[in-house]
Design a protein around this ligand. Structure first.
Ligand code: MG
Length: 239
């Protein structure tokens, strides 16, 4: 039987005046939303999206269809809120994470360019595909993935919450395995630390809370040019 341990941490970083990332961790839901910069009310957008999705915790166990419906409701809520308040009109957010589903399966969810990684057997693997302009260039073979980190359009997200028509979320189902660790994070982490640095920090910190704290601290030390949010989820066997 699997048991879940998790840890989470967030930091405003060194350049931004407010933290527009939001998260929810616990009850089989591990979600990060990154309110979109350059748009009004990014902090409101990420908070609303997480507030809507977190209502799923009360309905556990949920199905993939219920998760998808939750994303749809969050999108509707952002649009409705934006219509009522001109300062919030056009607000948007990414949303990514993990959800425990009925039938002992897990869903990896993504809209935007926040990410979910799997770490197991010393290997870090990105499970989500960014919905971003640079990812499209990488997919087309027009841009080297390493050059994408410095590309002028690296912040352009091609799918987000708060849009009409509503975004189609990527939802991938997985069977959980003992010893797996998952990392749910905003781009404030992955723009500062390389995959190798992230893997090393996960390797060094067996405790998920310590791992999350270390990852955020190191991203801030490395530059902290954006808000940084990290959830580390660890699957262990009871016994
Ligand atoms: Mg960000």
């Amino acid at each position: 039987m699997l048991t879940v341990r998790y840890g989470c941490a967030t930091d405003v970083g060194r350049l931004r005046s407010e933290n527009q990332d939001s998260m929810y961790a616990g009850d089989g839901l591990y979600l990060v939303a990154d309110g979109m910069g350059g748009q009004p009310a990014g902090d409101v957008a990420s908070k609303l999206a997480i507030a809507e999705l977190s209502t799923l915790a009360e309905r556990q166990p949920i199905t993939a269809a219920e998760l998808e419906a939750g994303v749809r409701r969050a999108n509707d809520r952002l649009l409705a809120d934006g219509r009522q308040d001109p300062e919030r009109y056009g607000m948007g957010t990414t949303l990514t994470g993990l959800a425990a589903l009925a039938g002992d399966r897990w869903a990896v969810l993504n809209v935007g360019d926040s990410r979910v990684y799997r770490y197991a057997d010393g290997r870090l693997e990105q499970l989500t595909v960014d919905h971003s302009a640079v990812q499209q260039l990488v997919d087309a073979g027009l841009l080297d993935p390493r050059a994408a980190l410095r590309h002028p359009r690296r912040n352009v997200v091609t799918r987000s919450l708060g849009t009409e028509p509503p975004p189609v979320p990527d939802i991938e189902l997985r069977d959980p395995a003992v010893g797996e660790r998952f990392l749910v994070c905003s781009d404030g982490l992955t723009n500062e630390l390389s995959d190798a640095e992230i893997a090393t920090l996960l390797q060094e910190s067996e405790d998920p809370q310590r791992a999350a704290t270390q990852l955020v601290e190191q991203a801030v030390l490395a530059g902290g040019r954006d808000n940084v949010t990290v959830i580390v989820v660890q699957l262990d066997e009871i016994g």
